[in-house]
Design a protein around this ligand. Structure first.
Ligand code: HSE
Length: 438
């Protein structure tokens, strides 16, 4: 039986999980692939730590170059992450004719199109299932299962850390800081957790999915990104009273000649399935013209779920090698000459429902001043709610709007903050109503 040799770059959390699956499930994988997948070399800066995986002598090395240039190795797996050495090693592996598997969402989001072109020109695969949504097979779903569909929209919870933090504040009354510390101790958070909480990790994943869905060569910097660090327990409480959960959503919509691609905290109604996705779990709804909505749900981070996605890519490539069909499925779903620049619609142009919370003086005429400005900017109110009474002091005044244009909303808020009756910056949260009703 043929043996396919594998080299692994980086043996941290995900790399260790990959080694564990390839070694512990080797027999089962052999019976599914029809070849032995042999983890020949692992490169890491630390080759002494006990990773709880039984590795043969000489498997571990500190010399990553020796892995990407090893003539025996067919498939190189990169689980180092980041934009530095990982990119250099991927390029070297491709130049040496290796098939490559990576989980590196930051690298693919910023430089994916050039890397995919280099890989395609060299005739090798560059697989990336683990870069988005951990174990959820979202890349394969978009690239293969939904290949006959025009993708109309995607809406996903793609960062386990943020979802965990929001769930802990909502369900257990944790503070933001306590919830973040717990997420870090559980190993979901990035080394730099601002990537999680400020929405950038989600934006990296959204960029990858948007490219796949529409054949778009889009600029990561054009994605509107707002994280969860300004979400307060008070807004979470109001959301609950109105029948909504607050989630950090990655939203992508096909607008014909442009796409919407944005990441921000979003209020979604309790009857939207995404509102029941709690803790570190991820989920995504994909809407296609033939299928309608489908929902994927699963662990978006962690050693074994992410390793499972990496191994699925390794097995796909092994099968392609065995059947001489490398390159059968285009890396970005579209043939490379059909990938084109698609503009991302500026956030100012989006139309949404909105939640506002003002800290407003509790006195006659305040409501009419605020609603007057909103009205002047064509913003129509669906409901208004004042919490408590405080003669001479300020109280939370909450408003939900009908559909409004973001640029009008921003103009109105910039006028409202200058009213003497309003203290503090208003809170603004966009609302996605599942039934789309106005
Ligand atoms: N930091 C990421 C998360 C890890 O919290 O979802 C998986 O990409």
């Amino acid at each position: 039986m043929k043996t396919i040799h594998i080299g692994l770059l980086g043996c941290g959390t995900v790399g260790t999980g990959v080694a564990r699956i390839l070694i512990q499930n080797q027999e089962m994988i052999r019976s599914r692939v029809g070849a032995t997948l042999n983890l020949k070399r692992i490169a890491d800066i630390d080759i002494d730590r006990d990773r709880g995986v039984l590795l043969g002598k000489d498997v571990l090395t500190t010399n990553a170059d020796s892995v990407v240039t090893d003539p025996d190795i067919d498939i190189v797996i990169e689980t180092i992450g980041g934009l530095g050495i990982a990119k250099t090693l991927i390029l070297k592996a491709i130049a040496n004719g290796k098939q490559v598997v990576t989980a590196n969402k930051a690298l693919l989001a910023s430089e994916g199109n050039s890397l995919f072109r280099i890989a395609a020109d060299k005739g090798v695969e560059l697989a990336f299932e683990a870069s988005v949504g951990g174990c959820m097979p979202v890349i394969k779903t978009l690239r293969e299962s939904l290949v006959g569909n025009q993708i109309q929209a995607m809406s996903g919870i793609l960062n386990g850390t943020c979802n965990y933090i929001l769930s802990k504040i909502t369900d257990d009354g944790d503070t933001f800081e306590t919830a973040l510390a717990k997420a870090q101790s559980k190993g979901f958070a990035e080394a730099d957790p601002t990537l999680d909480v400020e929405g950038f990790d989600t934006a990296h994943k959204l960029a990858i999915l948007t490219s796949l869905a529409y054949g778009a060569d889009l600029c990561l910097d054009d994605i509107y990104v707002e994280g969860i660090s300004k979400i307060t327990p008070l807004d979470i409480e109001f959301a609950g009273q109105f029948g909504y959960k607050i989630k950090l959503l990655a939203i992508s919509k096909n607008r014909g000649n442009a796409v919407e691609a944005r990441v921000h905290p979003t209020m979604i109604p309790f009857d939207n399935l995404l509102s029941s996705v709690n803790g570190p779990l991820n989920a995504i709804t994909i809407t296609g013209d033939a299928v309608g909505d489908i929902l994927l749900y699963g662990k978006g981070a962690g050693m074994m779920p992410t390793a499972s996605a990496v191994v699925s890519d390794v097995v796909d490539i092994a099968r392609n090698l065995l059947t001489g069909s490398v390159g059968r499925v285009p890396l970005l779903s579209y043939q490379k000459d059909h990938i084109h620049r698609i503009p991302v619609m500026p956030v100012d142009e989006i139309i949404s429902h909105y939640y506002f919370r003002f800290a407003a003086l509790d006195q006659p005429g305040v409501l009419s001043k605020i609603s007057g400005i909103l009205g002047n900017h064509c913003i129509s109110l669906k409901s208004v709610h004042q919490k408590g009474r405080k003669s001479g002091g300020s109280v939370p005044l909450v408003m939900m709007t009908h559909l409004a244009k973001e640029s009008n909303v921003q103009l109105a808020l910039s006028e409202i903050v200058h009213l003497e009756v309003v203290s503090d910056m208003p809170a603004l949260i966009r609302v996605e109503d599942s039934n789309g009703s106005d």
